[in-house]
Design a protein around this ligand. Structure first.
Ligand code: ADP
Length: 446
């Protein structure tokens, strides 16, 4: 017989890493992680906004009043009531516990901000306000290493192996050979499909030709594997596009830039929408502008408050000027129009007047001096559909029965967020359900 494990976890993004750690800590020490790429972390590495969570100790310490019910309500509202109320409630109710769990693993997310679609500061970032993925992934990898949980890198899961109805192993391609790893349970944590243009177009013909923010390994393998053993895929046409993607480099411009005060102006130098609205609406509004793009425009305060901007700048993505007029010249918009746009925006931040576009969040006046802009348009971001699961992260078939031995967590699962996911909810999802699936498998095998 070949290698055999209690649990094989496919994918080393936030969901897979969390699952392996949680399973191990509940006594399942014979666990292995598989990663088809040469790096760990998947799209979780790129996660820039933060982790949404409610009733956390950090919110309490900072005097932020929030509730799990409000978090759940805003998540369902953000998804236009097409999400799964029970899984959303489960996610929100367990979010503070996940923040504590991460803190215990050395991943402290105590710098709290707003992203689009929330009325209360709920998006938890690392202490220095930097992108969450670059703290979360190394922190979880360190915890995996501390436990001596093996990670097979450059090991691609190709197929699930079944014995009767039950999933009993995974066929992998590793070091040039195909072998079968035996498993009492398999956890799919393979992430999304954004780097598989054919699969994107299969579910969404209208997204042909869009750039993607996804890493090259996000090719939808988990959906194919799950489907081949009878798992149900739900809401697969719900592929989220993100409104602020720099198109040449496919760089996602973090939502916190807008949360910190930035505005979106079109090629005429005019604002056109509530920048803090949900991703689907902002993207749609952008596509209606001349040329289908916008300039994400901000001042020095925003530049200094958001660590990611210096990186965008180093990569040459940021246009700039020492004044509004200079920036206008750099981005080829009419200076008087841009100045009028900024004056009007400043007025709503100071006088309490209402914004004609309805913006109420993150309204912070522009100061004089240096001005910046990044050209953005929508890009493929996140598959919100996927494998249907229950509260034990069991993969379900079309009749709602669990498929013995098969579990799923993270972006590969579907139907939780409905047709629009709030920024910061993916990290909550992968952490809550990643931890949960590890514990559920440990309980099932105990
Ligand atoms: P999540 O946010 O749900 O954790 P990520 O995108 O962060 O998802 O991580 C998913 C990981 O799974 C990526 O590192 C990706 O390369 C890996 N992966 C995807 N398909 C396979 C496969 N067939 N075999 C092994 N690893 C895979």
């Amino acid at each position: 017989a070949g290698e055999s494990y209690d649990v094989v976890v496919i994918g080393t993004g936030g969901a897979g890493l969390s699952a392996a750690i949680a399973a191990y800590d509940k006594g399942l020490t014979n666990v292995v992680l598989l990663e088809k790429m040469g790096v760990n972390g998947g799209n979780t590495n790129y996660s820039s906004s933060g982790m949404n969570a409610s009733e956390t100790k950090f919110q309490k310490e900072q005097g932020i009043e929030d509730s799990n019910d409000l978090f759940a309500q805003e998540t369902l509202d953000g998804g236009h009531n097409t999400g799964d109320p029970e899984l959303v409630k489960f996610m929100c109710d367990n979010s503070a516990g996940a923040i504590d769990w991460l803190d215990g693993l050395g991943v402290t997310l105590d710098n709290i901000t707003l992203t689009g679609g929330m009325s209360v500061k709920r998006c938890h970032r690392p202490t220095d306000g930097s992108a969450v993925g670059l703290t979360l992934v190394p922190g979880l990898v360190a915890a995996v290493e501390e436990r001596n949980i093996p990670i097979k890198m450059n090991c691609e899961a190709k197929e699930l192996v079944k014995d009767g109805d039950a999933v009993t192993g995974v066929k992998v391609k590793f070091e040039g050979k195909e072998t079968v790893l035996g498993a009492k349970a398999v956890i799919l944590a393979t992430g999304g499909l954004g780097s598989n243009p054919d699969m994107v177009v299969q579910y969404r013909p209208d997204l042909k030709g869009y750039v993607t923010t996804n890493q090259p390994g996000a090719t939808g393998d988990g959906y194919t594997m799950a489907e081949s053993v009878g798992a149900e895929l739900v809401q697969m046409d719900q592929i989220q596009i993100h409104p602020t993607v720099e198109q040449e480099s496919s760089t996602l411009i973090a939502e916190g830039v807008r949360g910190g005060g930035a505005i979106l102006v079109n090629s005429e130098g005019k604002r056109f929408f509530d920048e803090m609205s949900t991703r689907d609406k902002v993207s749609a509004a952008e596509l209606e502008q001349p040329g289908g793009f916008a300039w994400c425009t901000f001042d020095q305060q925003v530049y200094d408050a958001n660590k990611a901007i210096a990186k965008y700048d180093k990569s040459g993505l940021v246009q700039k000027g020492a004044s509004v007029a200079e920036l206008a010249a750099a981005i080829d918009v009419d200076p008087a129009t841009l100045q009028a746009t900024i004056d009007a925006y400043n007025a709503i931040t100071t006088s309490g007047a209402t914004d004609e576009f309805g913006r109420t969040e993150g309204c912070i006046a522009f100061a004089d001096g240096n001005m910046y802009a990044i050209k953005v348009a929508p890009g493929i971001h996140h598959e919100m559909g996927g494998v249907k699961i229950n509260e034990k992260n069991e993969a379900l078939d079309a009749s709602g029965n669990s498929i013995p031995g098969l579990y799923a967590a993270g972006e590969v699962t579907g139907g939780i967020h409905g047709n629009n996911r709030i920024g910061g909810n993916a990290v909550c999802d992968i952490t809550v359900f990643g931890k949960n699936v590890g514990e559920a498998v440990a309980e099932a095998l105990a």
